[in-house]
Design a protein around this ligand. Structure first.
Ligand code: NDP
Ligand code: 2IT
Length: 452
């Protein structure tokens, strides 16, 4: 992976070599670090004090990483043991902030890549939040509510001592939605004897949650696409959009695409995808995925005209805009070439790192507008920060007010990335722009706060 770093100054190569040798079994973490180091070269050239101040050596090492045993008893009375994680990467801009992921693929590499990305994403939002991620290799699929509750209680029985509204504030991610957040928050409240609303975000709107947090990531990604298209004098009106995934991010990306005059034509899960040329019926999708917790194949079975393609991803379908919103590395160079051949004009990462480095390169070479996750999906965590503000001040903002704030934050995130790309000689390159703008904010704060 070092090849594209060859042209970079020795200190940057040395840092990456150390990352590789210290974290040999962490390919996703290495991938995320590589992407950032590669794209911030112009920032380091303009700010030699960042290199001299040891910012790189420090930023690639989490401030703290916690791993723990999560024992619980399933419905048949059998003991189960999972592994829990929380990687507290950086608190230089605010309390650690980032989601929890429950998925069987979770390991230290995945959590570290997500935590590392989160530092720069959160900095880009301008909201005063540090970077973290956590989760477990627990698989919620097919588990009863009682099992989910027992798992969440056991998980929080260990993690609570590391959390707090001024310390570390988790939220949801894959496999952690409203149900899990309720059980996790409840256990924290019981153990600590504190109703500390601001220690978790994504809470139910009846008990401290913010309006629009549920919708925020998907809505924000579509707002970001709108901003990118506007720069080229274009809009979403009349365009066909493909979305992967059928969870929180995908559902609300689909909904906002409809609201802005586009037709979202795909959705997927880890078993396959559906294509619906009439446009995805959001109510049916939510009924199947959120209420029944079913599979995406059932959508095609219940929707005339829709087709289900087993074992494939939706990138062969010709569209104007693609918003991958399932998981990391779900769109490779072949998929990118298929989308380009189909006429795609813009790609925004709703998920974290869904496009492989080769796919990103292909989009950029074809001059397709490309928004990396740390910019395009920043609306979720930005709205989490709005939830923290409301909790701290005991206020409740309306849906419309909150959506207007999200809209404005996404414009600011876009403009910060766009302007940084231009400033550093790579106009239109949102990868360079997002990484540079986020990194600058973090690096200045690290220098100011000394060797910590
Ligand atoms: P959900 O659990 O709500 O949905 C995840 C979706 O992705 C499901 O459709 C799931 O299908 C699919 N998926 C998960 N793993 C895989 C896999 N290995 N291969 C193919 N499909 C898979 O999660 P979210 O919608 O919250 O998260 C989706 C992405 O967005 C993640 O990358 C997350 O990190 C990112 N994100 C989420 C934010 C949020 O606020 N929730 C904020 C910013 C980014 P199946 O049921 O088959 O597993
Ligand atoms: O990846 C992400 O930004 C999230 N899962 C949301 C994190 C948050 O704290 O809202």
């Amino acid at each position: 992976m070092t090849d594209t770093l060859v042209a970079l100054p020795t200190p940057v190569r040395d840092v990456f070599d150390t990352v590789q040798s210290r974290n040999p079994h962490e390919p996703e973490f290495q991938q995320a670090v590589h992407e950032v180091l590669e794209s911030i070269a112009p920032v380091l050239e303009a700010h030699p004090e960042f290199v001299d101040g040891g910012i790189l050596e420090r930023i690639v090492e989490p401030e703290r990483q916690i791993m723990f045993r999560v024992p619980w008893v399933d419905d048949t009375g059998r003991l189960q043991v999972n592994r829990g994680y929380r990687v507290q990467f950086s608190s230089v801009l605010g309390p650690y902030k980032g989601g929890l992921r429950f998925h069987p693929s979770v390991n230290l590499s995945i959590i570290k890549f997500l935590g590392f990305e989160q530092i720069f994403k959160n900095a880009l939002t301008g909201q005063g939040i540090g970077g973290a991620k956590g989760g477990s290799d627990f698989d919620p699929h097919g588990r009863s509510d009682a099992e989910i509750m027992r798992f969440c209680q056991s998980f929080m029985s260990e993690l609570y001592r590391h959390l707090g509204e001024h310390t570390d504030v988790p939220a949801g991610d894959i496999g952690v939605g409203a149900r899990e957040i309720g059980y996790l928050f409840g256990q924290y409240r019981k153990i600590t004897n504190r109703h500390e609303s601001g220690m978790f975000t994504g809470k139910g709107v009846q008990w401290g949650g913010a309006e629009v947090r549920t919708e925020a990531t998907g809505y924000g990604a579509v707002f970001f696409v709108q901003e990118m298209l506007a720069v080229r004098g274009s809009s979403l009106e009349g365009s066909r959009v493909s979305v992967s995934g059928s969870g929180n991010v995908a559902t609300y990306a689909i909904k906002k695409a409809w609201q802005l005059g586009a037709t979202p034509v795909t959705a997927s899960d880890s078993s396959g995808y559906v294509v619906d040329d009439e446009g995805i019926d959001v109510d049916l999708l939510r009924q199947i995925k959120e209420v029944e917790r079913g599979r995406i194949s059932e959508y095609a079975a219940r929707r005339p005209g829709a087709r289900y393609i087993e074992g494939a991803r939706p990138w062969q379908v010709p569209v104007d805009v693609a918003i991958p919103s399932a998981t990391q590395n779900e769109l490779d160079a072949d998929d990118a070439r298929a989308l380009i051949a189909g006429g795609v004009r813009a790609v925004a990462e709703g998920a974290n790192m869904p496009c492989t480095p080769a796919a990103v390169e292909a989009f950029q070479a074809a001059e397709v507008l490309f928004a990396p996750g740390k910019a395009a999906n920043a609306g979720g965590v930005a709205t989490s920060a709005l939830e923290m503000s409301q909790n701290a001040s005991r206020q409740r903002w309306s849906f419309d007010d909150s959506e207007a704030r999200l809209r404005s934050i996404m414009k600011d995130v876009h403009d910060a990335a766009f302007d940084a790309a231009a400033r550093y000689g790579r106009p239109g390159d949102y990868v360079v722009g997002a990484n540079s703008a986020g990194f600058e904010r973090v690096a200045h704060a690290m220098l100011a706060q000394g060797v910590i």
